[in-house]
Design a protein. Structure first.
Length: 202
């Protein structure tokens, strides 16, 4: 059941059979249907959520009730560490109220690790603590790259990067969510998608 999580960890460090068993005993599984809330904005993120299957997104809601997509979570060959964990890292690491709302876009299965269990595993396994540090570094790098992209790249460049890296999401994720993720209007996104299809055909 947890083999995909073990394989993911194996990309960064090797665990012995005994080390993995210590980790495995602390893992759980949760299922969410399409549209269900995984984490509500304002709640404390008490579990680390690894994407076993499905599709989810994190977003922020402003005072007028409008939402803006912060991240999209999935698990396939194109996914990196920040796509695989449907988690508000700041809330999880500091056990404070989340600034993000996370919901399933389609039926989603998550492998879970509670904050208290993570601390226990860290205390027993130095490798696990190293893995946690790698996760924190990846989250920071992702935030840095995303911020720089928004400030320095054109809407077309941001769209082309998204389409090149995750073309399947263009059809699976609602257009409005992709638009707010890229920092553009749905109408602008629609024009960019049409141009992209024309270029592919040519």
């Amino acid at each position: 059941m947890f083999e995909s999580y073990r394989e993911f960890i194996g990309r960064y460090l090797q665990m012995s059979f005994l080390e993995w068993k210590i980790m495995e005993t602390r893992l759980g599984v949760k299922h969410f249907g399409a549209g269900e809330t995984i984490l509500a904005q304002g709640d404390v993120c008490r579990q680390l959520y690894f994407m076993q299957s499905g599709l989810a997104r994190a977003f922020v809601i402003d005072e007028s009730g409008k939402d803006y997509t912060w991240s999209i979570f999935f698990n396939d060959e194109k996914a990196d560490m920040t796509n695989l964990f449907a988690t508000d890292y700041d809330s999880f690491l500091h056990q404070k109220s989340s600034s993000l709302h996370i919901e399933a876009i389609e039926d989603t299965t998550l492998i879970t690790l509670a904050y208290e269990d993570m601390q226990l595993v860290y205390g027993k396994l130095k490798k696990a603590e190293r893995f946690g540090r790698l996760m924190a570094e990846a989250a920071y790098s992702h935030l840095h790259a995303q911020s720089v992209s928004r400030l320095t790249k054109s809407a077309k460049e941001r769209f082309e990067e998204f389409a090149l890296r995750t073309p399947h999401l263009l059809e699976k994720v609602p257009q409005y969510h992709i638009a707010t993720f890229l920092g553009i209007t749905p109408q602008h996104l629609s024009r960019l998608k049409k141009e992209h299809k024309i270029n592919i055909c040519e």
